[in-house]
Design a protein around this ligand. Structure first.
Ligand code: AG3
Length: 281
């Protein structure tokens, strides 16, 4: 029988993919890594049994987690990425012409190496960009000890189990806050709200007393199954989330690049959350 990959994120439910070919499978120093080929989504990368990225739908997540905070901020020059080993966020950040510096902190160099090899379009040469400082380290240690400031911090992590767990702690969020310039924005991967409601509430509670404005913005990523993914938003500048669409549209036009999921209308709409979510916050 044909081999399938069954995602093990949830105990009683999970998506499964037909594996056309396993391209790489190994235990890295930090987690189990598999890269395989599937006819619907192209190449797929999973860590510890959970789908992280696919060739076909990666644009949704990488565009939204990058362009919503960057266009809302409006003049970010320095960006910090935590995680993001496949390079998709880095690629999108570097498309913003005003970006002068990006530090990316990834704990698992094997993820970077294997994604450069098997997902070359994710990073699209971004690791060679002179604006990039790549650090192989624990993201929490980095933000807690670092002395530099960043205008936007993007946490592109796994779910809060295994190596990604520390990236959902108050210690991490506080470290990020201290590493942000005044009015800077933190945006984080925060799970699929219908499937992972605890994650939503825990992050919301942990952002209290750290950020004056805490909220989420939604993105519908086909392979993060179970409804929309809710990306967390924290900043002391409460205006950024409410900027009118024409201001975002002007910034988007000035940046001069095109996108496939993100646009100014989606940007504004992404902050509208379903009522069952609003009720839990
Ligand atoms: N990191 C987010 C994966 C989340 C999967 N979780 C889930 N389906 N609830 C992806 C890394 C892409 N650069």
């Amino acid at each position: 029988m044909a081999k399938r990959f069954l995602e093990t994120l949830y105990r009683s439910y999970g998506q499964s993919f037909l594996i056309d070919e396993v391209l790489f499978e190994n235990r890295t120093d930090h987690q189990h890594l598999i890269i395989f080929e599937n006819s619907q989504f192209g190449r797929i990368m999973a860590l510890d049994g959970v789908v992280q990225t696919t060739q076909k739908d990666e644009f949704v997540y990488h565009e939204m987690l990058t362009h919503v905070p960057l266009f809302a901020h409006g003049h970010a020059k320095r960006v910090l990425i935590i995680g993001g080993g496949d390079g998709g966020i880095l690629r999108e950040v570097l498309r913003h012409p005003q970006i002068e510096h990006v530090t990316m902190v990834e704990i698992d160099s094997a993820v970077i190496d294997m994604c450069v090899k098997y997902f070359p379009d994710h990073s699209a040469g971004a690791f060679e960009d002179p604006r990039v400082n790549l650090v192989i380290a624990d993201g929490v240690d980095f933000v807690v000890n670092n002395q530099e400031k960043f205008d936007v911090i993007i946490s592109d992590s796994t779910d809060p189990e295994g190596p990604g767990e520390v990236l959902f702690t108050s210690r991490f969020y506080l470290g990020c806050k201290n590493a942000l310039t005044d009015g800077g924005v933190l945006a984080t991967q925060n799970g699929v709200c219908y499937m992972q409601p605890d994650e939503l509430l825990t992050t919301y509670n942990r952002f209290e007393n750290i950020f004056a404005d805490r909220w989420f913005f939604a993105a519908a990523v086909p392979t993060y199954v179970g409804g929309v993914m809710t990306l967390a938003w924290g900043t002391d500048n409460s205006e950024l989330r409410h900027l009118p669409q024409d201001i975002i549209a002007q910034r988007y036009q000035e940046a001069g690049f095109t996108t496939r999921y993100y646009n100014p209308a989606i940007h504004v709409a992404a902050f509208a959350l379903p009522q069952y979510v609003v009720n839990t916050l």
